[in-house]
Design a protein around this ligand. Structure first.
Ligand code: ZN
Length: 120
């Protein structure tokens, strides 16, 4: 998992892996999403032809956020934001869209989403 290079130099990052048609989207918790970042891996529900540039860009921004904060802190802040928003807004979609990391990703992904589908 860790390359010698990755450990010795702060600048070099482990390579990014991309997986299409991933089984994780069969799970009830992930079923409504089209893309997901897990550590250094980007997972997509559809195959390569179904993944738009916007969606790919969206997930890349999350990858950048993980690089910025570290994996553990990224997920901690993500979940904390979501739960705080859910408490305040009482609505899953609104809570999700108001997560700071999602707001940044949606703002920077280029076009605003091509459709109303959820991305995480
Ligand atoms: Zn997202």
């Amino acid at each position: 998992m860790w390359s010698r290079q990755g450990l010795s130099s702060h600048q070099s990052r482990p390579s990014l892996r991309v997986r299409y048609r991933h089984w994780i989207f069969k799970l009830p918790i992930a079923r409504n999403y089209r893309g997901m970042v897990v550590g250094r891996m980007i997972l997509f529900k559809g195959d390569e032809s179904e993944v738009s540039r916007t969606l790919f860009q969206h997930e890349l921004i999350h990858q950048e956020q993980i690089d910025r904060h570290g994996i553990a802190r990224f997920y901690f802040i993500y979940l904390r934001d979501y739960l705080a928003n859910l408490w305040r807004l009482r609505n899953h979609d609104a809570a999700y869209r108001n997560i700071l990391f999602e707001k940044e990703a949606f703002e920077r992904q280029g076009e605003t989403g091509e459709d109303g589908d959820r991305q995480t």
